[in-house]
Ligand binder design. Structure first.
Ligand code: S3P
Length: 179
């Protein structure tokens, strides 16, 4: 068991999915289990740029944020770590290719209803600020589900799955992937 844990720790798994799907929180648990660091791409960008995500969006616009995101992705992919991406990391073709070049990519798939309940009113997420959170998430899901699917080596259906169960499913997948 210890051996397989050490082996899967070398895989540099990448988590993708919409806002609120649990990439950071499940990523943290996975990283702890594997005894490797968690690299949260949003936090990495904030640390590097020195501004919060809402400030970057407001002052520079989304396109600029996406450039930072691509740069950050290039820098972190392949490191011995669990990598939690931001929900929009699959939007550019360049990023999708980067993700496909660095498997395994795990999609935390959750319904808009599940997500909207978790993130409603979160001021740190500019793309859902103001208006109807559920509708905004539905619109993002329409565009992004096929993109996550395109990049993912494994899809974890979140649904009612609790975090320990989700973690376990990912570990089972990674163990098989390694074999
Ligand atoms: C975004 C998701 C956010 C963050 C930024 C844009 C998106 O990350 O990168 O607000 O486009 O879905 P989380 O998915 O971690 O909230």
């Amino acid at each position: 068991m210890q051996d397989s844990k050490e082996q899967i720790a070398q895989l540099s798994p990448v988590l993708v999915g919409l806002m609120g799907s649990g990439k950071s929180s499940i990523g943290r648990r996975l990283a702890k289990h594997l005894n490797v660091p968690l690299i949260d791409l949003d936090e990495y960008i904030v640390e590097k740029d020195g501004r919060s995500i809402p400030d970057i969006f407001e002052q520079e616009g989304e396109a600029f944020f996406r450039q930072l995101e691509t740069e950050a992705l290039r820098e972190v992919l392949g490191k011995t770590a669990v990598i939690a991406t931001g929900g929009g990391a699959v939007m550019s073709e360049e990023n999708r290719q980067l993700l496909k070049d660095h498997p395994p990519v795990i999609w935390l798939k959750a319904s808009p209803n599940f997500l909207a309940k978790r993130i409603d009113g979160d001021s740190n997420r500019p793309l859902i600020a103001g208006g109807d959170t559920l509708q905004k998430i539905k619109d993002l899901a329409d565009i992004r589900y096929p993109l996550y699917e395109e990049c993912a080596d494994y899809t974890l259906p979140r649904g009612d799955m609790k975090k320990p169960e989700a973690l376990n499913s990912i570990i089972v997948f990674l163990t098989r992937w390694k074999a």
